[in-house]
Design a protein around this ligand. Structure first.
Ligand code: C2O
Ligand code: CU
Ligand code: CU
Length: 539
């Protein structure tokens, strides 16, 4: 079903249905719902959708009871996605629920597939065994199902789920089969009290996804090579969204759910001056200590947890969450005729276009160009009674002195992005790790490459150092190891720039019997589907 085939009139007649599916704390006005129905096609600014207690991204806490998620055609005029995961729980209906777990909780989830292609859901950032990892080695066929049963071992933080059937991951994710996961524990609750923030009001998840008009996924050869970038910036499914705020602190947990785009995120006032924020967490939960930042790069699949203090703002101020200009460094060598990159036009400074301008895709938002993502309108006075604790959590560092260093090279050859010159094969497991080992991985990206967001299943890791990083990262380095603020937390995804080497430390201890198999891959979903992925066994 094409969302755009809905006339405005028809969309309006469906408002009742939409409103009952998507209950934001602030009910959508008719006007903004109509704008959402015409999402991104309208000049009107849409109200930010905030996940409520049901509907789109509604918070669903199974609390130990079994749950069914149904992959289904999901088009509604209120959202840009063609497919979604529907759920019913305790009388409420959800689409792409924000699953909320307590650390240590048992999750029993049945995935029911009503789509006409196989799918499987992966719990990104979780430590689960192969049978529950949903990495493509198991599938729910059309009209079939897959049953998960695992313990949530993650630290408190923002995680997410998305499809992972090899070769179909990018399209199914783009078309809407994903959602957020919030893991909580006592430490998280104490922090929320200290911060004086409340989920859904002043503690708000922001899900970034760049899109093209319409729900379809239609990559061309250049998209498959570089990654599929859209020309529309959506936040929680709305284009150019706004949020009314008060003069107090807000916590934002930001997930980059884009197929391929990296953002350089910051806040700015109306005069364009940068407003600093405080980074309190990364992919795998809270940092040890908060860090003041002006901006952070956020590649696909990465998350940041931040606090923005607007106590000093004035009523009437507008603060933008924006992505700033940067050199996207698509330095992959000009393609040979007939190879996937032919005809792609680079639009950033410092590199001559490699194709004919007339073949440029209609992408007026090339990667690395600036865009406003969300407008915070300061409407109300308030007193913030919270504070950011000087110590947030404790973080383990794997014991890696004297540990073996495992090299990985990222590059392109014979039509494919590769890791160690290999392309993914379901029957090959090139990475073999001894049970309970701690290792250092040295991940090097060629100069004639592009940035790759490298993701490891099953384990959070720590970034030890960055070497030969691009000049653009130098002002963001927070220590003499070249690390960025976001490198100081627990990570499951790290962006490796062209010419750069990154050392990460991984503790491979796991509680599962026998040998388990996980994946290491680039999270640019077109690269992943194209085979920039390796199997790893630990046992
Ligand atoms: Cu976000 Cu292999 O996963
Ligand atoms: Cu993952
Ligand atoms: Cu890549």
């Amino acid at each position: 079903m094409q969302i755009r085939s809905f006339g405005r009139r028809r969309a309006l007649t469906q408002l009742g249905a939409i409103a009952s599916v998507f209950m934001a704390p602030r009910a959508l006005s008719e006007r903004s719902a109509a704008a959402a129905a015409d999402w991104c096609g309208s000049a009107e600014i849409a109200e930010l959708r905030i996940p409520g207690e049901d509907g789109w991204f509604g918070r669903l806490a199974p609390r130990g009871s079994p749950l069914a998620l149904t992959a289904s055609p999901g088009a509604t005029p209120a959202a840009p996605w063609a497919i979604s995961l529907a759920a019913r729980h305790r009388g409420r209906r959800y689409r792409n629920p924000t699953l909320t777990f307590e650390t240590g909780e048992r999750a029993q989830i049945a995935l029911e597939n009503t789509l006409d292609e196989a799918t499987i859901v992966h719990w990104h950032g979780f430590t689960v065994d192969t049978a529950n990892d949903g990495a493509g080695m198991v599938l729910a066929p059309p009209a079939g199902r897959y049953d998960y049963d695992f313990i949530v071992r993650a630290r408190s933080g923002l995680y997410w789920y998305h499809p992972h059937p090899h070769g179909l991951t990018a399209g199914q994710t783009y078309r809407g089969l994903f959602g957020m996961i919030v893991v909580e524990d006592a430490e998280e609750r104490a922090l929320r009290t200290a911060l004086d923030v409340a989920w859904g009001k002043t503690d708000i998840p922001l899900l970034l996804q760049d899109r093209r008009p319409g729900p379809a996924y239609t990559p061309d050869a250049a998209d498959l090579h570089h990654g599929f970038v859209g020309n529309l910036a959506t936040v929680n499914g709305s284009c150019d969204a706004r949020l009314d705020v008060a003069t107090r602190a807000y916590r934002f947990r930001i997930l980059n759910a884009s197929n391929a785009r990296t953002y350089r995120l910051g806040f700015a006032d109306a005069a364009g001056r940068s407003i600093p924020f405080t980074l309190i967490g990364t992919d795998g939960g809270l940092l040890a200590a908060p860090l003041r930042c002006d901006e952070c790069f956020l590649s696909t699949a990465e998350r940041i947890d931040i606090v923005l203090d607007l106590s000093g703002a004035r009523i009437g101020d507008a603060v933008q969450l924006e992505t700033r200009e940067f050199d996207p460094m698509h330095f992959d060598a000009p393609a040979a005729p007939g190879s996937p990159a032919t005809g792609h036009v680079h639009s950033h400074a410092g590199e001559a276009p490699s194709g004919d301008a007339t073949t440029a895709r209609e992408t007026p938002w090339p990667e690395g160009s600036a865009r406003r993502l969300l407008t915070l309108r300061v409407r109300q006075r308030a007193t913030w009674r919270g504070r950011i604790p000087a110590q947030l959590s404790t973080l383990a560092m794997p014991a890696v002195s004297g540990a073996k260093e495992r090299p990985f090279r990222l590059g392109f050859a014979k039509g494919s992005w590769r890791i160690n010159d290999r392309v993914f094969a379901m029957d090959e497991t090139p990475i073999e790790v001894a049970r309970d080992a701690s290792e250092v991985w040295l991940v090097r990206n060629y100069h004639t490459s592009m940035p790759h967001a490298m993701h490891l299943h099953g384990f959070q890791f720590r970034v030890l150092e960055r070497e030969t990083s691009p000049d653009a990262l130098a002002p963001l380095a927070v220590d003499d190891k070249g690390r960025l603020a976001t490198d100081l937390g627990a990570k499951d995804t790290v962006l490796v720039w062209p010419g750069e080497s990154i050392r990460i430390a991984i503790d491979f201890r796991h509680p599962f019997p026998g040998t388990q198999t996980w994946m290491f891959h680039c999270h640019n979903l077109e690269h992943e589907d194209g085979g920039m992925m390796l199997r790893m066994k630990v046992g």
